[in-house]
Design a protein around this ligand. Sequence first.
Ligand code: SUG
Length: 454
Amino acid sequence: MKETVSDVREVNFDGLVGPTHNYAGLAHGNVASMRHGGLESDPKEAALQGLAKMKALKDAGFAQGVLPPQQRPDLGALRDLGFSGSNAQVLERAAHEAPQLLRAVCSASSMWTANAATVTPSRDAVDGRVHFTPANLQSSFHRFLEPQTTGRVLAAIFRDEARFAHHPVLPATPAFSDEGAANHTRLAATHGEAGVHLFVYGRQAFGGADRKEPKRFPARQTLEASQAIARQHGLNDAQTVFAQQHPEAIDAGVFHNDVIAVGNGPVLLYHEMAFFEEERTLEALRSKMAAPLIPVRVPLEAMSLEDAVSSYLFNSQLLSDPDGSGAMTLVVPGECQENDAVWRTIQDLLLGGNNPIGEVVVKDVKQSMRNGGGPACLRLRVVLSQAERSNLSGRVLLDDTLYGDLTAWVEKHYRDRLTPEDLADPQLAEETLTALDELTQILAIGNVYPFQLG
Ligand code: SUG
């Protein structure tokens, strides 16, 4: 039977927060992470907040998927760095000699699946398959530890080679610094129609020295990385727009484009300071898109960069309503409600404006927010046809039973209090392995973790 464009849906794959979720102040240029380093965390609450968001969206009729967390502490990484002995000795020596390394190998940062990979839907690919490239995340040590397991997880779920194509991670070196879908936005009339891919980069590795770059904080994504991904996925000039992120935004704490802009369908919601060349970027999109672009611009006078970063308004999820009406729902973090300028902008400019945003839903993901991860960081968007959805491997699409199983799993295995000192506890490492082994059975994805592969 021939598929119609309306059979195509966007599935949001949220990352489950792992049992070692903690605040280690690891992400330079991410002001929330820098501010909250050293705080006590509550991994159980973090995981339950994430699951509650997934459940609410599933209940509202959106397609919701889930991706597992990674094996942490990453004892293999500590051993590679010269720590030896039993697991308990490795942890104890690392805690004593290099506490910051121990925190890094315990980070639950894989929860932010917007950084897991870049995905091109089959509709836009010449071979008619969905294309994936795990992000190398080479700009920080704790996130550089993610791509291998990410690749195994994606290959385990999107296993059918006739429908899904998996590309190698880009070379993990500064010239190809890649942070995945957080810097990639697909714009199209609807999910099922041909799209134009907006790649936003912070710096150019092989360009001239005269280019404007951020001064205070690092630019994580390079133009060269974005171009390589487009090449891997077979996207041509007519399908792509490459735009530089505004250096001043990066210096204000906008470490990914998804902290300052979000697109869905033909709508691009963005702050005036998102792009270095705003007009050129919009023009390029307009000239390549088949449908009229609907820009929703938030000017500086309505909202400062500081308010955009602290509220994470642009890290909201902009979702096409499942009824096919073209209306959209914006899922914003609770912090938006606490800021007058931001809340007013939501009411007057977004809900009150001439655009498809018809509803705003507020979700509490505070545990993740304290590390700079809002609703949109927590999800990887994968546009899938009905046939592709029914050919996924594993049990990863959320329904009430899976939600119940995952909630019970969190209640059983997670601690509700974790301080930086607790990370050296060998018991925590043991608990985590037991929990993850059980999780791969719940999700039926087979063996994906180093400890399972031997
Ligand atoms: O890479 N924070 C993550 C947050 C990622 C947010 N993702 C998107 N915007 N798509 C990062 O900066 C902090 C971990 C710590 O400090 O403990 C951290 O890695």
